[in-house]
Design a binder for this molecule. Structure first.
Ligand code: KIV
Length: 294
């Protein structure tokens, strides 16, 4: 059992104070959450990337609060030491503060310890409302995938002085409104560094350079399960897609060739029952193991 993270502990976790960067990885189900926490990851994000990497949608606009609550509960059932943050999906925090707080509470009741939402100034009222309901909230700035239609695609953000300065002041506004951490996605390294230096809460980068207070990657990207065209910020630590295809291919071959299951993988009758039935004799390999082994 490792140390349990809390939102206040994360909020004061800055690398400039001599701390190691925070490690965040997405997970959407129980076995994945168990593996992620066993690997010593600090924060599990039940991300709305669920839409593409698990549910087969084109973008994150398709997932609902029901989908997010369902997968958050599955992650929580792993009882991970890692701190669980769940994404508020598109349109679950855009209509009214009342609906926003109710949706945030649904994710908390499903097992999350905090929620994350995307956007800058336009989200301040919602962040304040969620914080007033005592729910820790993480911000998300830069490339915000739920804005893909408005942004005209998945593009690096903050490339000009004026857009970088806007991002920086939005990050301060998010911190002031109550966010305990902020994800910075797809911004130049220097912009990631400047925002990180200007905030007292941690930044968690994804394509935001090495100077953030933490890093996050999508589970299926870092393990090479999702091999669709990847942005340059993804580092792949395994090729589980090929490993899985090879293993399944070996299983299919064994079944087709009659090599699976063998006697050890099958249940056997006792010699007595075989005699009563007057049928076949027991294979030699199982003579000392009357009931077959489990
Ligand atoms: O949904 C997600 O996986 C995310 C990360 C990419 C930060 O929001």
């Amino acid at each position: 059992m490792g140390t349990k993270w809390t939102a206040p502990a994360i909020a004061s976790h800055k690398v400039r104070d001599g701390n190691q960067p925070l490690v965040m990885v997405t997970a959407y189900d129980t076995p994945t959450a168990s593996m992620v926490t066993e690997a010593g990851v600090d924060i599990i994000l039940v991300g709305d990337s669920l839409a593409m990497v698990v549910l087969g949608y084109e973008d994150t606009l398709q997932v609902t609060i029901d989908d997010m609550a369902h997968h958050t509960a599955a992650v929580a059932r792993a009882e991970p030491d890692a701190f669980i943050v769940a994404d508020l999906p598109w349109l679950s925090y855009h209509i009214s503060t009342e609906e926003t707080v109710k949706n945030a509470a649904r994710l908390i009741r499903a097992g999350a310890q905090a929620v994350k939402l995307e956007g800058g100034y336009q989200r301040i009222a919602m962040i304040e409302a969620i914080s007033k309901a005592e729910i820790p909230v993480m911000g998300h700035l830069g490339l915000t995938p739920q804005s893909v239609l408005a942004l005209g695609g998945y593009k690096v953000q903050g490339r000009t002085t004026s857009t970088a300065l806007t991002l920086s002041s939005e990050a301060k506004a998010l911190a002031h409104a109550g966010c305990f951490a902020v994800v910075l996605e797809c911004v130049p390294s220097l912009v990631g560094q400047l925002i990180t230096e200007s905030l007292n809460i941690p930044t968690i980068g994804i394509g935001a350079g090495p100077d953030c207070d933490g890093q996050v990657l999508v589970f299926h990207d870092l393990l090479g399960i999702n091999q669709d065209l990847q942005p340059k910020f993804v580092r792949t630590y395994a090729n589980l897609k090929q490993t899985t295809i090879d293993a399944l291919g070996n299983y299919a071959k064994d079944v087709r060739e009659g090599a699976f299951p063998n006697d050890e993988e099958s249940y056997q009758l006792s010699d007595e029952e075989i005699e009563t039935l007057g049928l076949y004799s027991k294979p030699d390999s199982l003579k000392d193991d009357p009931l077959g082994s489990w």
